[in-house]
Ligand binder design. Structure first.
Ligand code: GAR
Length: 210
């Protein structure tokens, strides 16, 4: 995306606790951050992520797959709803659904996802658990530009954390999430202020030609 003088418009998608969303909401309270959350979307009701948005006075929407006759219809409805908020960047922050072809086509290079593992290792729904099970000594989080694969897109930022001998999935995931929130806030702020250029698998902050 390119840079504008007004704050970048973020639509954040969530499915659960929304601590990454909260970190973005908190960062956006500072005008110098350069972004604001204009809407929060979810694929389910009654989650803390939506409550966080409501407390912050941010509009919310819910589109459940079960409300639609096909996954394609759900995907189109998500894309239409997100597009109505005119986002500069769409952030999947604990959103546990894969976007389809229509959604990706509507937000090319502008849909990013945070994942609790050091990709390309441990993609999928259980990044922290899979890393622990594999016995790695270093785990972490990755922010990437979403492509049609499962957690395969070009990497924007990564943060590493140690795996401790006494870790269970919860303790490891919590340690990852502390680093993940810092990574997300820093990277989204830089994207908002500087722009993002994706060339094949290579990603850099800035605008094309600079
Ligand atoms: C985060 O760790 C995020 O990376 C993960 O869900 C958590 C959401 O936490 N997402 C995935 O595993 C997607 N594959 P939060 O709701 O507290 O922000």
């Amino acid at each position: 995306m390119s840079v504008t003088s007004s704050p970048a418009r973020l639509v954040v998608l969530v499915s659960g606790a929304g601590t990454n969303l909260q970190a973005l909401l908190d960062a956006c309270a500072d005008p110098s951050y350069g972004a604001r959350v204009v809407a929060v979307g979810a694929d389910r009701d009654d989650i803390e992520g939506l409550a966080r948005a409501e407390r912050a006075g941010v509009p919310t929407f819910v589109r459940k797959v079960s409300q639609f006759t096909s996954r394609e219809d759900w995907d189109r409805a998500m894309a239409d709803t997100v597009a109505a908020f005119d986002p500069d960047l769409v952030v999947s922050a604990g959103f546990m659904k894969l976007a389809g072809a229509e959604f990706l086509a509507r937000f090319p290079g502008r849909y990013v996802n945070t994942h609790p593992a050091l990709l390309p290792a441990f993609p999928g729904m259980h990044g922290a658990a899979d890393a622990l099970e594999h016995g790695v000594k270093v785990a972490g989080a990755t922010l990437f530009v979403v492509d049609p694969g499962v957690d395969t897109g070009p990497i924007i930022a990564q943060r590493a954390v140690p795996v401790e001998p006494e870790d269970d999935v919860e303790s490891l995931h919590e340690r990852i999430k502390v680093a993940e929130r810092e990574m997300l806030v820093e990277a989204v702020g830089r994207i908002a202020r500087e722009g993002l250029v994706v060339t094949g698998r290579k990603v850099r902050y800035g605008s094309a030609g600079k």
